[in-house]
Write a protein that binds this ligand. Structure first.
Ligand SMILES: [Zn+2]
Length: 279
């Protein structure tokens, strides 16, 4: 059984009324994906991810994503706090997320926006502590700053999603109780450093994710030239997770079943509420 620890199944790419997400979720289940975690990205989709997780028999996280910080208001943090309080007893609420820092997108790197991102990040770490939940982190060129805040405001750990840092940064996250999310990016042969990490990190550090509909694996990816020639970008969904897992198991030289079992156990360790939701 596989667990997709990061899938934005409410994204507009999945069509009106989430139709494509619902069919993809059924296919994923047939392929052995027992659970998905659907993270929120902004105040406006806190209810959407919760309702969708219930409809699909999955899990969700509530938070404000760094890419949505420019449009977020301070009072959105109060709305998040209220939602975490209102749904504290919901077993499908497994984390605060997706939160973090993005120092890659240029508009987010202006000094004032870096400050604003850190304001939302540290406020949400405080909310995770207040509500006793782990966190799901967006890490892009920001691992060291994320770690600095985590040391000041320790949480119960969680997941550093789409991890693509150094071995030292990986170790720093695992020392703080985090697992590292690997997905479609590891399926590209030129991603040598990332593939080496996926192959060499302790098995106990890994969880799997699709980040659907983003970060497609190589078999769905159309290059700019292919797109110009009319080939559409394939839609990345949780149904791809077992094949992504097979690639990562191949990198590690272990059977896919062994990777599925270990990463599913790791997901339950860092997001403890998942255990009660397993099919
Ligand atoms: Zn995400």
């Amino acid at each position: 059984m596989w667990i997709d620890t990061h899938a934005h199944l409410d994204a507009p790419e999945f069509g009106p009324d989430h139709a494509l997400a619902l069919s993809a979720r059924t296919l994923a289940r047939e392929r052995g994906v027992g659970l998905c975690v659907i993270p929120a990205v902004m105040r406006q989709n806190l209810d959407t991810v919760r309702l969708l997780a219930h409809r699909m028999g999955d899990a969700y996280a509530l938070g404000i994503h760094p890419l949505y910080v420019p449009r977020a208001l301070d009072e959105d943090l109060d709305a998040l706090d209220a939602a975490l309080t209102a749904h504290a007893g919901d077993p499908r609420l497994v984390a605060v997320g997706e939160i973090g820092l993005d120092f890659f997108v240029s508009a987010l790197c202006e000094p004032a926006m870096r400050e604003r991102q850190q304001h939302f990040y540290s406020a949400q770490l405080k909310l995770a502590r207040k509500h006793g939940l782990p966190v799901i982190l967006h890490v892009r060129r920001s691992a060291d700053v994320l770690l600095k805040h985590l040391r000041e405001l320790p949480t119960g750990g969680g997941i550093a999603h789409a991890f693509n840092g150094s071995a030292e940064q990986a170790r720093a996250f695992t020392d703080l109780g985090f697992a590292l999310g690997f997905g479609g990016a590891s399926t590209f042969e030129p991603a040598r450093r990332l593939r080496a990490l996926a192959a060499e990190l302790p098995l106990s550090a890994l969880v799997l994710e699709t980040d659907a509909p983003d970060i497609p694996p190589h078999w769905l990816y159309a290059t700019a030239a292919e797109r110009a020639a009319g080939r559409a970008q394939g839609l990345n969904t949780p149904a791809e997770l077992p094949r992504i897992g097979e690639v990562i198991a191949g990198l590690r030289g272990i059977p896919a079943e062994a990777l599925a079992a270990a990463t599913s156990a790791n997901a339950q360790r860092v997001l403890p509420r998942l255990a009660a939701l397993l099919p």
